[in-house]
Design a protein around this ligand. Structure first.
Ligand SMILES: Cc1ncc(COP(=O)(O)O)c(C=O)c1O
Length: 344
């Protein structure tokens, strides 16, 4: 049987899915507590939250589509631009390492994934992505900062790719951009073929409520809107997003914790002679060698990290979430113990 969701790692600190380790804003919980019976018994309204989200991103509300997590936005984009027009021999371009929903959505709509391996030290392979563009290319999935490496794609490189494939839709996934790097948002007016993906799961700590955002001009976004089910997100999640956007102090405070946590993780890796990649996101990828015993040893110390070794482009690597500094300190304590026991 195929599991719905991911396996429950059990008791301990969840540092395996890049969630917000501090939870969501208290104002979000307060707003949810005030939900009335009719807010639950009626179908949700989206207008107010679409407008608030558009204001937050500084774009026209017509450019905004709220989705059931960015995951849904990724699948709907593939359906809209590949399955619905029934494009035969369609290709998507996926730079590696990549977030699973890109190949999964590609397969779901019967397209062929064209993989592009990373450059040395995970340098973004801009030239190779451009060289992979053909008349059959329908979508290009770009992720900045990259999950799992944390590497950014320079804005100029994103522009070069968008210009090299005007016949394709370029989906720029900025799920972690609040933690570092520069958003492509100001460039969006110049690219009718771009969809920009954002999420409330990570920086805002709403992963359990499932709200993502797809931003784009009509040419790229309207087809996605037309295949998205009318009541795709629940009303309680809309209440939560409204409150999350009103709490303007929450995000900078959490992002500062993440930055400090990354530094502490780098220092711990240096102490243990472990290779790591400086990250712009709320996680750090580390090469630990034999990953399975490492991940198991961390888990027995109640620290859950993600094994990335199945991906051929990240052999021997794990990924660890950088959240609240106290949580990072607990993870480092476990890391110290695991590394000490390796030496025996
Ligand atoms: C790169 C990337 N994009 C998108 C998502 C999807 O986020 P959500 O569906 O929770 O909005 C994730 C979540 O892990 C991610 O890592």
């Amino acid at each position: 049987m195929v599991l719905q969701g991911y396996p429950d790692p059990g008791e301990g600190l969840r540092l395996q899915l890049n969630e917000n380790t501090g939870g969501c804003s208290a104002r979000v919980l307060e707003a949810i507590r005030h939900v009335r019976p009719n807010d639950v018994s009626t179908y949700p309204q989206y207008r107010q939250v679409v407008d608030a989200t558009a204001r937050h991103f500084g774009v026209d509300p017509d450019w905004v589509l709220l989705t059931n997590g960015l995951d849904e936005g990724i699948l709907m984009a593939a359906i809209a631009h590949i399955a619905k027009p029934r494009v035969h021999d369609a290709e998507t371009i996926i730079p590696q390492p990549a977030f699973d929903p890109y190949p999964n959505s590609t397969a779901a709509v019967g397209a062929r994934a064209v993989w592009v391996p990373p450059g040395p030290d995970y340098a973004f392979p801009t030239r190779a992505v451009i060289d992979a563009v053909t008349p059959r290319t329908r979508m290009i999935f770009l992720n900045t900062p990259n999950n799992p490496t944390g590497q950014l794609i320079p804005i100029a490189d994103l522009e070069r790719i968008c210009e090299a494939a005007p016949h394709a839709v370029v989906l720029i996934d900025e799920a972690y951009i609040e933690f570092g790097g520069t958003t492509f948002l100001p460039q969006m007016a110049r690219y009718p073929n771009v969809l920009l993906g954002r999420t409330f799961s990570k920086a805002y700590g709403l992963a359990g409520l499932r709200v993502g955002v797809v931003i784009g001009q009509a040419q790229a976004l309207d087809p996605v809107r037309s295949v998205t089910l009318p009541f795709n997100i629940n009303g309680v999640a809309m209440t939560a997003v409204q409150a999350a956007l009103e709490d303007t102090e929450f995000l900078p405070r959490y992002a500062a914790q993440v930055r400090e946590s990354r530094e502490r993780l780098y220092a711990a890796c240096r102490r243990h002679g472990l290779t790591f990649w400086p990250s712009a996101a709320n996680y750090v990828m580390v090469r630990v060698g034999d990953t399975a015993p490492f991940v198991a040893a961390m888990a027995t110390r109640k620290i859950h990290v993600r094994d990335r070794s199945k991906d051929p482009t990240t052999p021997g690597c794990i990924r660890i979430t950088a959240g609240i500094t106290a949580h990072t300190d607990a993870a480092i304590e476990a890391l110290d113990a695991v590394m000490a026991s390796r030496q025996r």
